[in-house]
Design a protein around this ligand. Structure first.
Ligand SMILES: NC(=O)c1ccc[n+]([C@@H]2O[C@H](COP(=O)([O-])OP(=O)(O)OC[C@H]3O[C@@H](n4cnc5c(N)ncnc54)[C@H](OP(=O)(O)O)[C@@H]3O)[C@@H](O)[C@H]2O)c1
Length: 254
């Protein structure tokens, strides 16, 4: 059996990548499209999605977009109900709240858990039945190394991300036999637009030093891991959290 590169191809599959107008979501969408998948981009503004869809189409890729806020489950159901079959879900939306514990009240905590974790449950509820019916599916939940390694000032975010990895394992245990695998993808420090200020701050410099590779990751460096987890090459990878952090979480001191 040929392993490379055919087993990394995604021709004939449709992939939804949430939060894909920019950052890691956009990079993973480009990678999945290059591997042959039809990609559905997602975000809260059609005006930000349309140029991205056009960019993919100009490159000869098959692309579309769905638009809803993760907090709006009715809109989520309508948009995904009209989207056609989806074989691969990369759930990438993740809002942050970097305030200290004392400043995060109950409502703010609950809201972030809802958008980052409970919304993943809603997405899976909508997409999993079709995957089971077709006997093939890939669920990839974007977590964070902060879900396993604590840092001050990330209490709600870390709780949600740790929950996503546990959710991935629970789904893997329950649905593997139905042809659907579920894994988490755990990025370290990536120099996305959202992290631009952090990356050049003293805290960002400390992260650079802490990393065995002595740098932040470039956003495109997440794409290969997502393509792998989505592909036939990962057919026996299930319930895993794939860490892409340059070795930060493997080491005690940089
Ligand atoms: N960058 C890193 O270093 C890093 C490290 C560890 C984990 N992660 C995780 O990786 C994922 C992507 O990170 P990133 O830095 O690329 O993120 P980002 O730049 O903040 O992008 C997030 C995307 O999510 C969308 N989004 C945000 N809130 C949303 C909501 N309520 N409903 C719908 N869409 C929403 C945004 O779309 P619109 O604004 O267009 O609507 C945006 O395209 C996140 O889950 C993050 O926690 C990132």
């Amino acid at each position: 059996m040929s392993i490379f590169p055919d087993r990394f191809r995604l021709d004939g599959r449709a992939a939804l990548i949430t939060g894909s107008a920019r950052g890691l979501g956009w990079e993973m969408a480009k990678g999945l499209a290059e591997a042959g998948a039809k990609v559905l981009l997602h975000g809260r503004a059609r005006s930000r999605l349309a140029p991205r869809v056009a960019e993919l189409e100009t490159a000869g890729r098959d692309a579309g977009a769905v638009c809803f806020d993760m907090a709006d489950r009715a809109a989520m159901a309508v948009e995904l109900g009209n989207a056609g079959p989806i074989d691969i879900l990369v759930h990438n939306v993740g809002e942050r709240d970097r305030r200290p514990f004392a400043e995060i009240d109950h409502d703010a905590f609950a809201r972030l858990i809802d958008v980052d974790l409970v919304a993943a449950h809603a997405l899976v509820k909508l997409l999993l039945p079709g995957m089971i019916e077709r006997g093939w599916g890939r669920l990839i939940l974007v977590s964070s190394i902060v879900g396993d390694l604590a840092v001050p000032g990330a209490v709600s975010y870390a709780t949600a991300k740790g929950g996503l990895s546990a959710f991935a394992r629970a789904l893997a245990a329950e649905f593997g036999a139905r042809g659907v695998t579920c894994n988490a993808l755990s990025p370290g420090f990536f120099a996305t637009e959202t992290n631009a200020q952090l990356a050049v701050s003293p805290a960002g410099e400390r992260q650079r030093e802490r990393c065995p590779l002595k740098r932040w990751a470039e956003p495109w460096e997440i794409a290969g891991a997502a393509v792998f987890l989505a592909s036939p090459a990962a057919s026996f990878v299930n319930g895993h959290t794939l860490v892409v952090d340059g070795g930060v979480s493997a080491t005690y001191l940089g």
